[in-house]
Design a binder for this molecule. Sequence first.
Ligand SMILES: [Zn+2]
Length: 459
Amino acid sequence: MKSHLPEKIYLASPVWLQNVLVSTYGAFEHRRRYSGPHKKYVEYLRKNVFLNKTEIADLQSKLLERTLKHAAQTVPAYQALNLGPTPKLTDFPLLERESIAMNAEAFLSSKYKKEKLITLFTGGSSASPLKIYISEEARQKSYSFWQLFYDRMDFHVGDRKATLVGRKIQEPDSNNPPFWRYNLKDRQLLFSSYHLSEKNVAAYLKKLNSFQPKIIEGYPLSIYRLADQIIQNSIKLSFTPTGVSTSSENFTQKQREIIEEAFGCKVFDQYGSAESVVFASECEHGNMHIEPEYGVLEVLTNEGKIESEGSGELIATSLLNEAMPLIRYRIGDLGEITESNCPCGRASKILTELYGKVGAVIINEGRQAPTAAIAIAFEYLEGIKNAQIIQNEPGKVTVRLVKRTNFDSKSEEFMIWELKKMLGQSLKISIDYVTEIPPEHNGKYCMVVQNYYKFTVPD
Ligand SMILES: [Zn+2]
């Protein structure tokens, strides 16, 4: 069980002490993340950036062979499969989230002492939390992948960074500024993503202007709220970031354009998971490359086949975390993988689409629309600031909309037409105008909320 005591003490402290605590923890984390093999591994990864397809395939198959052998020999859950001395990836069964939830320790390699490992807790508001063990070394290497991603924005840890993620930096119910705390060691200003109401946004922007961050990082829909205010009120920023780094949420193309226009720089999206099995990140040309040294990504197609390319449920095999090597793990996201043909020169495969979470779909008459499809229906809503679709029963959905003053009812008709085109004319759509769509417990905004249908995928 995760201890909430440090968080409770922190939240009960005065602001000045919270800043001290954030900086103290920040300094501790800095040492923990960026020591050990971190720097050397950054150099190694930089040398690999422009490997050709054959070199990548060779490199990855060596890493995979080593991981599978190690798993089959030292991990109880895999030892029980009796796979022999040279196991192949196809010998391994699909790994369910539930199997880890029931007995995480069965996936620990006997070569590692549990007490020496770092425990990560995953899981959003709905899913049951998972315990993932990772070695300090593997975690330091995983931050090397972040540095390679930051290279594209010319950012180095220690450059000023503004961060907007779901961390509770103050009580979500309290509405007293300041809505930010400072991590001295990394020169990082942490903003609360729970307090981004229209009333508070001006204070956020004023602080950003005085802080002058090199990059802005966080949940795209939180950053979008800031961007939207900048555009609506023609606010002038006194800085231009070298990039906006986003992750963890689906967002529309339109929202991306608004962020890019407001901050005058490109959005770089990253895809990963707390289970430390995959790392993909956007290059200068907007393609999300899958890092071959981090993990092997495959798809489980609708027909129940596992393929190295195509679209379906994403299946990941970690190459990085030898302490807890998860193999063919059902990560819970839907996506599409294609061969690379990117002008940036990287030959690694590309995650061309991320359709959203398995289960975050709207269903009618046997048709399904995942988050990415819903995003398209929401794309051209003129005069709409935020939108969310909720399904509580078969055949019916509620769309919650936050209107602007320039709202045009024609765009609403267009959205209904798009949704019915995708999901069938029988779909009943009711529209609910609200003043705010609040974030979930984890600080993220959910575009699609599916409350009645339990999504299952083929075995
Ligand atoms: Zn590229």
